[in-house]
Design a binder for this molecule. Structure first.
Ligand SMILES: Cc1cc2nc3c(=O)[nH]c(=O)nc-3n(C[C@H](O)[C@H](O)[C@H](O)COP(=O)(O)OP(=O)(O)OC[C@H]3O[C@@H](n4cnc5c(N)ncnc54)[C@H](O)[C@@H]3O)c2cc1C
Length: 346
């Protein structure tokens, strides 16, 4: 077996929050055969296993992970069919997602240009149906190639069977942990995005008097907007948005809006209302807040982003998160939920 299993590895480098304990075992996965070998290796030893990308959506507990972490590094980018403005490509799950976007945009292909600069690997994008500025994976994914741990075989899962919804899929919910994603097939187009765009992107285009919406122009604009609002996880430890926008029932919404008429909100198809978590965290006084007790901060340009400045443990991060949750609940009567996945015990 060519696969190398490494023992007792700090998980801090496998989360962009740079916190967490140790993994008992880690393996770099470079091929489909590595997937088969790693899964068999863990099964023989009755160890839990999971596949990850770069941990941009993961917070590891301080007690670490007692099984095998498979780091997906399977490469590949190939256009395999072009017809009449429709372009189909296959992508290895371990490709850096933004490199995939960059290559597609360079070929003039549309469909993922608004997903520029989202950290992580291609293989993780279907897991939470990654999205931004009006595009998401459910719009352009044809199928997922994965190793099915239930039947110990490779499968092709068409989009209709991925159970996509807002930032969710069967890979995150019903079948969490079952499929080890090895590749994606995407359907991109030669046509361009059309206005109106999402608020912040539209404002940027208006200010710069941009009226061309080819993929390269949109990518450049998205990168500019994102860079002005979000910290670069390569330089500053963070997991992007730490809280999801809460969706509340009408009585809760009425109570909030009567006291805070300015809160941004979006009615949902099911009659409930989505509230802006960023607005609540800002009003609760946390925007740009540095917490000396935990070493954590809130990013000044985006109150949903918690930044690890000096924290040493995940327990400190969770303590800080609780301070925000308690204050927001006290002011608004709404409980914020964490977005990045917490894996393992504190
Ligand atoms: C600054 C910043 C900005 C962000 N902006 C956005 C945004 O605009 N929109 C958005 O949707 N997300 C955003 N995110 C979240 C994150 O980038 C995405 O969730 C990304 O897809 C995670 O990729 P990853 O490779 O780091 O996955 P990881 O964090 O390593 O893994 C995330 C989950 O996916 C599973 N997984 C990963 N790879 C595989 C695989 N090959 N097979 C099976 N399961 C797998 C893991 O087990 C885990 O459960 C942002 C994060 C940061 C830090």
């Amino acid at each position: 077996m060519a696969l190398k299993i490494i023992e007792n590895v700090s998980l801090t480098k496998y989360s962009t929050m740079r916190l967490g304990g140790f993994a008992r075992f880690v393996a770099n996965i470079k091929s489909r055969q590595d997937v088969v070998d790693a899964a068999a290796w863990a099964e023989t030893r009755q160890l839990p296993l999971m596949m990850i990308g770069v941990g941009s959506n993961i917070v590891w507990g301080d007690k670490g992970y007692s099984g095998l972490i498979m780091i997906n590094q399977i490469k590949g980018f190939k256009v395999f069919k072009e017809d009449d403005g429709n372009i189909y490509l296959t992508v290895g799950a371990g490709e850096v997602w933004d490199e995939v976007v960059k290559k597609a945009v360079k070929k003039g292909l549309s469909g993922i240009e608004a997903l520029s600069l989202i950290p992580g690997t291609a293989g993780a994008t279907p897991v939470q149906n990654v999205g931004a500025y009006g595009q998401d994976m459910s719009q352009i994914l044809v199928s997922v190639e994965a190793y099915d741990r239930k039947h110990n075989t490779f499968v092709i899962i068409p989009k209709v069977d991925c159970q996509f919804s807002y930032r969710d899929s069967r890979f995150k919910s019903a079948d969490k942990g079952r499929f080890l994603i090895t590749g994606l097939t995407l359907h991109l187009k030669a046509t361009h995005m059309k206005p109106p765009f999402y608020d912040s992107l539209q404002t940027y285009l208006d200010i710069h008097q941009i009226k061309q919406y080819d993929p390269a122009t949109i990518r450049k604009a998205v990168i500019a907007v994102r860079s002005s609002r979000l910290p670069d996880p390569k330089k500053i430890a963070n997991n992007g948005s730490f809280f999801a926008n809460p969706i509340v029932d009408i009585p809760v919404f009425r109570s909030v809006i009567s006291r805070y008429p300015g809160i941004p909100h979006w009615p949902q198809a099911d009659g409930r209302v989505k509230l802006s978590a960023a607005w609540m965290v800002e009003l609760a006084g946390f925007k740009g807040f540095d917490d000396p007790e935990t070493g954590m901060s809130v990013w000044p340009n985006q109150p949903l982003v918690l930044v690890n400045k000096k924290a040493k443990t995940t327990r400190q991060l969770i303590e800080f998160k609780q301070k925000i949750i308690v204050k927001v609940r006290y002011m608004f009567g709404v409980t914020l939920e964490q977005e990045p996945e917490l894996i393992g015990d504190l």
